[in-house]
Design a protein around this ligand. Structure first.
Ligand SMILES: Cc1cc2nc3c(=O)[nH]c(=O)nc-3n(C[C@H](O)[C@H](O)[C@H](O)COP(=O)(O)OP(=O)(O)OC[C@H]3O[C@@H](n4cnc5c(N)ncnc54)[C@H](O)[C@@H]3O)c2cc1C
Length: 432
């Protein structure tokens, strides 16, 4: 199955595509390497788009991922792949070309979920954020000093955008359907604690609220919220999560939908009969898979580190004979917002219980550990990224929950909450 020669075609020339190209060459692959990318740019880093790019610290032209000098690859940029003929071993492009492959790597990632009402989405001042051009357009609107920015959605991207706008001195209202920001990833209890910190930074945070309609003629002037409140805003950022770019695989005989392309831990794409395709790999945000230590449904892990690890796994399996290598590293994610660094490991979102392990949720650094059915499944650290490695070991070992933690800033009495506790249930006073 391994291929030392022949042609590897990578579709999607961003983080995962770049990394698999670098890795197969590092592993000694001597055949032809082709990268096909819809965007006209060489691979660049997306995390700064919602952070340092918006607040003006770095331009979008400075985000290129570092190339190995002389990486021997053919770049086909600015053109989308539109289909795959697996029987013929051919990828079809939007410009009519067809490129043959011996091995195919799918790395087409995800796009931002659009605002559902097309006429409202088309208003000037209404933005999505996924790529360089989105960030440039949004930054230009922010530089025009809008009186208020509306952020729709309180996940990581929405929260980071809100934070960047506040850094620029622009008032922000963030509307979140759920009971707390970041609750989808970190649970309601921790999300509520972080929401309190967001408010302390000046965010107008409206939880349990949705946007009913965006208003304006030509340009956005405001929005109507689900509680009946009208809101004046000249810029809106729609941060409603993402949709995996898999439509181009329709008819390819792979198990794929808007949630991702199914794959195994060796990154081999799963076919419609449930078996892995030996010649097709899928990596990064587009890949949906079941992480072995967790009893959780298959998921796409839209994290920088996952794209890197899966790319290295696929590269190994593309270039080595013998035993397959598997992606076994724990999911990890970081976010910088409201002056905080948030880092998580494992799967906090599947937890039923959360324990404050170190520090205080009210101020300063803190660490929480997540458990499900008596097993430690995740941890999150605010402003203490270095201690997370120790907690990662507990998650990797499926240690019993609650674990015994005796750091010098651990609470005297363990505070354990329902991970989905509503903000009303969560007494921040109790979280010292
Ligand atoms: C604003 C923002 C902030 C983020 N911040 C963080 C963070 O703080 N921490 C973290 O861990 N992760 C963060 N992420 C997530 C991280 O950037 C992604 O996990 C990573 O980019 C995934 O890489 P990928 O190559 O799989 O997909 P993508 O980066 O989505 O790249 C996919 C590429 O494929 C191209 N493509 C799509 N369809 C086709 C087609 N049919 N033919 C050819 N090309 C196609 C796309 O145009 C794109 O260039 C952030 C993401 C965004 C958008």
């Amino acid at each position: 199955m391994a291929t030392a020669v022949g042609r590897i075609v990578v579709v999607g020339a961003s983080l995962a595509g770049w990394r698999v190209a670098e890795s197969v060459r590092r592993n000694g692959f001597a055949g032809e390497l082709v990268l096909i990318g819809e965007e006209p740019y060489e691979p660049y880093d997306r995390p700064p788009l919602s952070k340092t790019v918006l607040s003006g610290w770095i331009g979008t032209d400075k985000l290129a991922l570092p190339h190995t000098p002389g990486l021997d690859a053919r770049w086909v940029l600015g053109v989308a792949a539109t289909g795959v003929d697996r029987a013929a071993g051919t990828v079809h492009l939007a410009d009519g070309r067809a490129i043959g492959y011996d091995r195919l790597v799918i790395a087409t990632g995800a796009r931002a979920r659009p605002w559902p009402v097309a006429a409202e989405a088309a208003l000037g001042g209404v933005h999505l954020l996924r790529g360089r051009e989105d960030a440039d357009r949004l930054r230009a609107d922010l530089l025009a000093a809008p009186r208020r920015v509306l952020v729709i959605g309180g996940g990581f991207t929405g929260s980071e955008v809100a934070s960047s706008c506040l850094d620029m001195g622009i008032p922000v209202t963030l509307v979140q359907r759920g009971p707390a920001p970041l609750s989808g990833a970190l649970g309601t209890a921790v999300g509520a604690a972080l929401g309190a910190r967001q408010r302390a930074h000046g965010l107008d945070l409206r939880v349990g609220t949705t946007v009913q309609a965006l208003a304006g003629e030509g340009r956005l002037t405001g929005a109507l919220l689900s509680d009946g409140t009208p809101l004046d805003a000249e810029v809106a950022v729609v941060a409603l999560g993402s949709v995996r770019n898999t439509e181009w695989l329709s008819g390819a005989g792979l198990s794929a939908d808007s949630g991702g392309v199914d794959c195994d831990t060796a990154c081999r794409a799963i076919t419609l009969d449930g078996t892995p395709a030996e010649e097709v790999y899928v990596i990064g945000d587009a890949a949906r898979w079941r992480h072995p230590p967790f009893d959780a449904p298959p998921a796409a892990f839209e994290h920088w580190g996952n794209a890197i690890e899966q790319a290295d796994t696929a590269a190994h399996n593309l270039t080595h004979g013998g035993a397959l290598c598997h992606t076994l590293g724990l999911p990890q994610f970081w976010s910088d917002q409201f002056g905080m660094n948030i880092k998580s490991v494992g799967l906090p979102h599947i937890a039923d219980r959360v324990m404050l392990a170190q520090g205080s949720c009210r101020r300063g650094p803190f660490v929480v550990v997540y458990g499900r059915d008596g097993v430690t499944v995740g941890a999150a650290a605010v402003d203490s990224p270095r201690v997370l490695d120790g907690y990662a070991a507990l998650v990797a070992d499926s240690a019993p929950f609650p674990p015994l933690i005796a750091a010098n800033d651990s609470p005297a009495t363990p505070l354990i909450l329902d991970s989905g506790a509503t903000p009303q249930d969560l007494s921040l006073e109790g979280v010292r």
